[in-house]
Design a binder for this molecule. Sequence first.
Ligand code: GLU
Length: 472
Amino acid sequence: MSIHQEYSFFDAVLASFDKAAKFTAWDPGILEQIKQCNSVYRMHFPVKIGDKIEVIKAYRVQHSHHKTPCKGGIRFATTVNLDEVMALAALMTYKCAIVNVPFGGAKGGINIDPKKYTPYELEKITRRYTHELIKKNFIGPGTDVPAPDYGTGEREMSWILDTYTSMKPGEIDALGCVTGKPVSQGGVRGRREATGLGVFYGIREICAMPDLMEKAGLPAGVEGKRVIVQGLGNVGYHAAKFFREGGAKVIALAEFEGAIFNEEGLNEEEVFQHRKKEGTILNFPGATNILHSADALELDCDILIPAALENVINGENAPRIKAKIIGEAANGPLTPEADEIFIKKGILVVPDMYLNAGGVTVSYFEWLKNLSHVRYGRMEKRFTENQNRSILNQMEDLTGKTVNSREKEIIMHGPNEADLVYSGLEETMIGATREITDAWKANPDIPDMRTAAYVVAINKVGTSYAELGIFP
Ligand code: GLU
């Protein structure tokens, strides 16, 4: 994937912020406070790998303390640097504000290639990183709560949890020090697929808006849409899955080593298994190979979903993009120059900081579960089922008719944890989509949906600062 660096990533976030700030009425001091990163922690620590000592470079940035704890993932990649972590932390602040998750934004990163280490070595690195965070009070259920990001997952979150709890014996809310944990370790059902599912809910809502779809030159609805997904990691895989299940056709999938295309549609699970077995996405039965992965972004399609890394669509390749809608599942996949090109071309860009907010939304549900020490649905599931059963029985008695057993099951069903998490996420994504599109429609001078999303976020964070009384 070519990275055409026009801006530093943090500069790009600042540029988008400034573009939107013009449409708000906040005092310049408040705007400046919202923009800056509140605390930046850069660390170097030694880890013994084999018989050598390696010095590992890592970061944790807390962008905003307007609400605490701060929240955001931890990335393991060789591309991790301070600029990137600052940008991603800032995006977390705006993301949380848009979806009404009461956290400030943060992000962490360790500059390593996780593929070069054994699980044992990765565990040592992760545990040492967690120690460093504890030492400086950069982790805790009320201060800063990490989560998975690029290159990390449930396993790393378990190591973080175990390190934290062993250092903080007796801390009753310790489980809430990190999210994205396995369900057996205090995780919540639905967290794994949350970001991809949120992307689907968000785009489905956009596709249901006749005015936006008319502008994009597409019929309403997700069904039958031709979708291209870049990245078959956790986010891309689940986005592809939910689009396929929603009736869309995933015509191309792209990864580092290349991309594959099939006009009839691809099944993400079959492609995933093929890649696992063969070590490459290429040569998938029935599909055409695209040797240069980035070329897949330029194929004709209705919806393009970049779900990998930042800056993949930029001033260089944006003029060749043929999609009608771009849904940013990754953080920062488009540069500000690409945005300008798409405004001119009339391509609808659905911005990252709300579209991929499903992950942090369900992280919030996980954190609440941890603080309440009870699984969702435990108290009310059986009660609801009993109540539904008696309503059904009454209806059948009064009408003399019977409901068939399949329908009966659906009507009686009381919500379990997954049901509640899914419906909470769906409600959040629908609400956020409407809030942003309403703000956009309310001011015809706002050029694009990203700017509208920033306006919504800035207004919420600004209100929060003003209410804290920091700027009387
Ligand atoms: N890393 C994810 C993101 O970029 C999730 C963050 C979280 O759950 O705290 O939104």
